[in-house]
Write a protein that binds this ligand. Structure first.
Ligand code: UDX
Length: 463
């Protein structure tokens, strides 16, 4: 039997990175390419085994250096963050060549390594072995461009309240300092290491064989065309979400496949099925963000005071921050779960708006499913995504924090009502439906992301 063309996909095991990269892996495997997905840290093997197929196999780089428990917002932990970043690099540089050489000697040579752009040194490993390297960016095109220009020194950070014009082309002048990714605005203490880690993804812009971005052309038209004109290897391939949500005929492709948290699927479905169309607020802050106790309290009472039904994902690690007996006293008006099947929830007819932290995947999923958003960005690229949602795509309402940085319950209540029942809600919904249509067109035969993916597959399969 002829050897199948083999691609290795290197993924950081963080939910917001697993989902789009795994979906891309499934897509190219569906075209007959053999894919080995390698995670940079061990993850639960039962979850991996259940997702293997003839064309997709999983492996993990073993963890060798014990990572310290570091509180996310603690500025004094720069050393621990630096150690983590270095440990990742040491592990990848040691194990990736062994994996690639092992594949070659077992008669399954890898032709292309697709790597999470944060693990940029995977490109050098691939090149040493005569293998092509393609970077996969899990953030928007505009955020990738901001990081690129900061890295190159061609973008000056704006001062408080200024717009980021300067030498960053095509960024709308409505973007101000507070709309920049958070680590750009606060690069003190531990964040200094994180900012460098993030900016280093741009090191490969000039040399990678392909730069894959999880966005679509009509969503970010100016920035994408500027990028492509300067770097023809830039290819938009998004939204990288299971095709069933974009094309109902493909019912076998209905989830990402690997979740680091256990979804409470039945409980969510049964509860949502009892609710009327467009009435439920779905609230979630993704897999990483952690709100303070006071913020959780304000959010909890804001949701209750909105008088809307709500489904709120509160990860197990965050549950103790809820007001006492909160979940048990909701009497059917609210459901709190530790994790949910988010795409199924967003696709449910009962959901009227999404109160979100604006992670890039959540943003793309809401746009692709036509769900208006109430935005409450936390960290990283989320402030920039929030700006796009509210002021560029006009499909969301922003919640403003007080001087103490807390979004108060009254603000939550008003924002939800505006998005779900107020006059503005109709306009938001119409805009959301427009983006849903454009997302579908991008991945449909003849669409920009479809054509780019076909081109990539053809070049992988070609000689
Ligand atoms: C992070 C960053 O926030 C994001 O902006 C970055 O670009 C990628 O990494 P995260 O904070 O977890 O990710 O948010 P998000 O990007 O929205 O990804 C979360 C994923 O988990 C989404 O695909 C979402 O569908 C899924 N999810 C979330 C669930 O399946 N169930 C849940 O209950 C919550």
């Amino acid at each position: 039997m002829a050897t199948k063309t083999h691609v290795l996909v290197l993924i950081l095991p963080v939910q917001g990175h697993i989902n789009p990269l795994l979906q891309f892996s499934k897509l190219i495997a569906s075209k007959g390419i053999k894919v080995t997905v390698v995670f940079t840290n061990p993850i639960e093997t039962t979850s991996l085994a259940g997702n293997e197929s003839e064309l997709i196999k999983f492996e993990c780089i073993p963890e060798r250096i014990k990572e310290k428990e570091v509180p996310e917002n603690s500025a004094q932990n720069q050393d621990a963050h630096e150690a983590r970043i270095q440990s990742l690099k040491v592990k990848v540089l040691e194990h990736l060549p062994l994996i690639l050489e092992g594949k070659a000697s077992s008669g399954e040579p890898v032709k292309v390594v697709v790597y999470d752009s944060l693990v940029h040194y995977a490109y050098d490993v691939a090149k040493e072995l005569g293998i092509q390297g393609a970077a996969f960016f899990t953030q928007s095109a505009i955020v990738s461009a901001i990081f690129y220009h900061l890295h190159e020194g061609t973008l000056r950070l704006p001062l408080q309240g200024e717009s980021i014009t300067g030498s960053l082309p095509l960024v709308p002048s409505i973007f101000k300092q507070q709309d920049m990714p958070s680590f750009v605005n606060d690069s003190t203490g531990a964040y200094a290491s994180i900012l460098r880690f993030i900016l280093d993804q741009s090191l490969n812009f000039h040399k990678a064989d392909c730069l894959l971005i999880n966005t679509f052309d009509t969503l970010e038209p100016q920035i994408v065309s500027w990028m492509v004109s300067h770097y023809p290897n830039v290819k938009t391939i998004g939204p990288s979400i299971p095709s069933m949500y974009l094309d109902k005929r493909m019912e076998d492709d209905k989830d990402y496949g690997i979740t680091l948290f256990k979804p409470e699927t039945q409980a969510c479905k049964q509860w949502l099925d009892k609710k009327s169309s467009g009435t439920v607020v779905y609230a979630s802050f993704g897999s990483l963000a952690s709100l303070g106790d006071e913020q959780m309290t304000e959010l909890a009472w804001g949701l209750v005071n909105s008088q809307c039904d709500f489904l709120w994902v509160v990860r197990a690690s965050e549950e103790s921050k809820l007001p006492r007996n909160f979940a048990s006293e909701l009497a059917g008006k609210g459901l709190i779960v530790n994790w949910c099947p988010q795409l199924e929830v967003l696709a449910h007819d009962a959901v009227g708006c999404f109160l979100t932290h604006c992670g890039w995947n959540s943003t793309l999923e809401a746009l692709s499913l036509g769900v208006p958003m109430v935005v409450m960005p936390q960290l990283s690229d989320q402030p920039t995504n929030a700006k796009l949602i509210v002021d560029v795509w006009q499909t969301g309402v922003r919640l403003l924090s007080g001087e103490d940085g807390i979004v108060k319950r009254g603000e939550v209540e008003t924002g939800i009502k505006e998005a779900i029942v107020g006059d503005r809600s109709i306009e938001l919904k119409n805009n959301a439906v427009k983006w849903k249509q454009l997302a579908k067109e991008a991945v449909r035969e003849g669409g920009s992301s479809y054509a780019n993916t076909e081109g990539i597959v053809a070049s992988i399969l070609g000689n």
